[in-house]
Write a protein that binds this ligand. Structure first.
Ligand SMILES: [Zn+2]
Length: 445
């Protein structure tokens, strides 16, 4: 829902913001008491349980209709049908906890349909290999289907939406508290930066990362964007070509020098993973045959989550700094239009993080450019940035992926493949700016 400048909601509007308003996320550390931690963990657990029940229902449905690919239609049941089935689920929970599971699950289905809805069943690479050796795949091996959330991998979060001021920041007795539904006493929070004074809180996501608790508050607020740069010099245009190994290469031939966060922490992660597996194997079993985890095991799990959270934070810091720098240094940034779902395999941090650095990076570049009055240009999907010669414009039809150096048969230019592509993107941007009248010295053509 959008709000007008006085802060009242405009009925019937979705997502549209008043002119001059933007949405921003503000992350703060929160310090719940031990008792509050228990309640938060309970809420996370309930959220996960409901989500997993949705997945179980989906698997059952797909099995019964012998799903063989294509568009997936599944009517998601109401969460109350699930909460009624399990006594241990806290009925007094904030309804958003359960609703959130439903929203996330629906989003996962939507994502599946957008990516795989028009294709036959798609299996993971590792599974495809096993299938050649006679393995019969199950629905669990299908790529992109919503997965069960495990305790180890996280998903320790839930989102609660704003209705009538139920999310707010309060100060009393010299301390600051986060007020969210079911926590009327407030959770201590450290506001290392102020929320925008005229902002409207839309929702709050409470999460645990390792052993730290965090709230991400989404706020709509008025923001004075800088005026769009009207005359762009060609030296103030840069283009970034996506690179699998190093995030991107720019049109000056500079690499991103993207630290391989996953490799840096990978060793530690693998060691923790191994010891977890060992502990699981040795764990005592209860009367139902379920393992009883030791305190040591639980501590190792938290340690593992901390390692993952640290890597994600380091990567985000890097992406923020770099996008900040680029949008300061240049007046126009050109990127290619990528189908990022195909790239999900690349650049990922840990196998389970589903991290796509470049997708995040593009988003950051886009909104930072917009706020600073810079041009953010996305080349047309069919623009052959790799195949053109950046020196003479000849198109090479049969460029193989393995050719890391571009050699032009027409003008004999020899240039690094990614650098060549970045230069083509820059030329694309120059033409585009020229057509729109934003180039300092228009090119003739
Ligand atoms: Zn050439």
């Amino acid at each position: 829902m959008a709000a007008d400048k006085k802060g009242s909601h405009i009925k019937g509007t979705k997502k549209q913001l008043p002119d001059g308003w933007i949405t921003g996320a503000f992350r703060y550390a929160i310090f719940p008491t031990d008792e509050q931690k228990q309640r938060l963990e309970m809420a996370f657990g309930c959220e996960r349980k409901i989500y997993n029940e949705y997945v179980a229902g989906l698997v059952e449905h797909l099995t019964s209709i012998e799903f063989s690919g294509g568009f997936l239609t599944y009517k998601v049941p109401n969460y109350t049908t699930i909460t009624n089935r399990f006594d241990f689920l806290d009925k007094s929970n904030d309804a958003f906890v359960y609703n959130d599971a439903k929203i996330r699950f629906q989003a996962a289905i939507k994502k599946y349909n957008e990516t795989y809805g028009k294709r036959p069943l798609h299996y993971k690479k590792s599974v495809q290999k096993k299938m050649k050796a006679g393995y019969v795949p199950s629905l669990r091996d299908v790529k992109g289907l919503p997965k069960f959330h495990s305790k180890k991998q996280g998903g320790f979060s839930y989102t609660t939406n704003q209705t009538n001021g139920n999310i707010r920041i309060e100060s009393r007795d010299g301390a600051t508290f986060l007020r969210i539904p079911k926590f009327p006493e407030g959770i201590p929070v450290r506001l290392h930066r102020e929320l925008p004074a005229d902002g409207l809180i839309k929702k709050a996501t409470i999460k645990r990362e390792g052993d730290r608790y965090i709230v991400a508050i989404s706020v709509d607020y008025p923001f004075e964007k800088l005026q769009l740069v009207e005359k762009v010099a060609t030296s103030k245009i840069t283009a970034l070509d996506y690179s699998q190994s190093d995030l991107y290469m720019d049109s000056e031939g500079q690499k991103a020098e993207y630290p391989r966060f996953h490799e840096l922490i990978g060793k530690r992660q693998r060691r923790l993973n191994k010891s977890l597996a060992r502990m699981k194997e040795r764990a005592m079993k209860d009367e139902n045959g379920q393992p009883v985890y030791s305190k040591n095991y639980r501590q190792t799990v938290v340690h593992y989550q901390k390692t993952m959270a640290k890597a994600a934070n380091q990567r985000n810091d890097f992406l923020h700094k770099r996008s900040h720098q680029i949008t300061n240094d240049y007046d126009a940034i050109v990127v290619e239009d990528l189908d990022l779902s195909n790239l999900a395999q690349c650049l990922k941090l840990g196998k389970k993080l589903h991290d796509n650095g470049f997708g995040m990076f593009r988003n950051m570049l886009k909104y930072k450019a917009e706020r600073k009055g810079k041009h953010y240009i996305v080349a047309d999907r069919f623009f052959p940035s790799s195949k053109l010669c950046s020196a003479c414009g000849t198109k090479k039809e049969n460029l193989r992926l393995s050719e890391r150096t571009y050699t032009c048969a027409h003008c004999q230019a020899v240039i690094d493949r990614d650098h060549n592509a970045a230069l083509n993107l820059k030329n694309y941007g120059i033409r585009k700016l020229s057509n729109l009248g934003f180039l300092a010295a228009p090119v003739s053509s």
